[in-house]
Design a protein around this ligand. Structure first.
Ligand code: SAM
Length: 283
């Protein structure tokens, strides 16, 4: 049987969800503030105000956002092209920004399968763009919160799109810093990693105050004052997310130092990026 009827069904379910979406444009959302940093158009005055306040404290915020995206692309190419992975769960997907994870993955392997997960209504509203993949590959979207691992892990989207007995990639790119200590981020990550079969990988990036502690504290306060919990973490706190996994060389490093592809001749200082990235293998 062709997979087309199922796709249509899934899209119908999605449309049912989309109609009552309340974008709450009166308050900033992390997905839209980040979209503004990346030069996107899916943001509103409240998001732009939060972003501009952040840029006033930390003018290099855009550099960090761009380097974070570049890491996502390099890590995905390595995972698919070199390490042979074909399945991804991407939690904290963000507003589609080309090239998206599935586009990078399916460039190397057309049969790559991706489940995108985000809790922001605007990302849900854009899910149609995320559901277009290669004909051999599959892409699904789940409207869920990282803090609901059971909902995500038992979802039809996961079961229908991925083979959970085969190695897969858990992608947590620029999302864990939105999970404060009170929500048990370490317990949550463990809940996801414990179901990953041997040979799976976790790829993550995370904001840090290691290089510019004062600016990081001010940026967090700016977000916090607008209702977004932002918790930068140190290198060792980020490593702690990966306890029991094998860190792939070079371990936890600023994203622009992780397997850089080209030498532009210009040295980018770590305190202009302030985002760590790491890839780890499930033994
Ligand atoms: C900074 S953006 C990162 C987007 C993309 N991963 C990237 O790095 O380009 C963070 C994304 O995480 C999502 N997010 C934040 N907290 C979340 C949560 N508790 N559950 C699911 N998604 C969340 C936001 O809605 C936003 O889309």
């Amino acid at each position: 049987m062709s997979s087309e009827p199922r796709r249509v069904l899934r899209w119908n379910r999605l449309v049912d969800h989309v109609e009552p979406v309340n974008l709450r444009t009166d308050v900033p959302h992390s997905a839209r503030v980040y979209d503004y940093f990346l030069g996107g158009k899916d943001n509103f005055p409240a998001d732009r105000e939060a972003a501009e306040q952040t840029l006033a404290i930390f003018p290099d915020m855009r550099t960090g956002a761009r380097e974070n995206r570049a890491f996502l692309h390099r890590a995905t190419r390595k995972l698919v092209g070199e390490l042979g992975l074909r399945q991804f769960i991407d939690i904290g997907t963000g507003i589609p920004t080309s090239p998206n994870l599935h586009e990078v993955a399916q460039e190397s392997a057309k049969d790559a399968h991706i489940v995108y997960v985000d809790n922001d209504p605007i990302v849900l509203a854009h899910a149609r763009a995320l559901l277009t993949g290669s004909t051999q590959g599959r892409t699904a979207y789940l409207d869920a919160d990282l803090r609901e691992p059971e909902k995500i892990l038992r979802s039809t989207e996961l079961a229908e799109t991925l083979d959970l007995d085969q190695p897969l990639v858990l992608s947590l790119i620029a999302v864990l810093h939105f999970i404060p200590a009170s929500d048990d981020p370490y317990g949550l990550v463990r809940r996801y990693t414990e179901i990953l079969p041997s040979g799976s990988y976790v790829v993550l990036t995370h904001a840090t105050g290691d290089f510019a502690p004062e600016a990081a504290a001010k940026v967090s306060a700016t977000y916090q004052a607008r209702g977004i919990a932002l918790t930068p973490r140190s290198r060792s706190e980020i490593e702690d997310f990966l306890t029991g996994l094998e860190l792939v060389d070079p371990g936890v490093v600023p994203v622009h130092r992780w397997h850089p592809e080209e030498n532009t001749g210009e040295e980018l200082a770590d305190d202009r990026v302030n985002v760590y990235g790491v890839l780890a293998r499930v033994p």
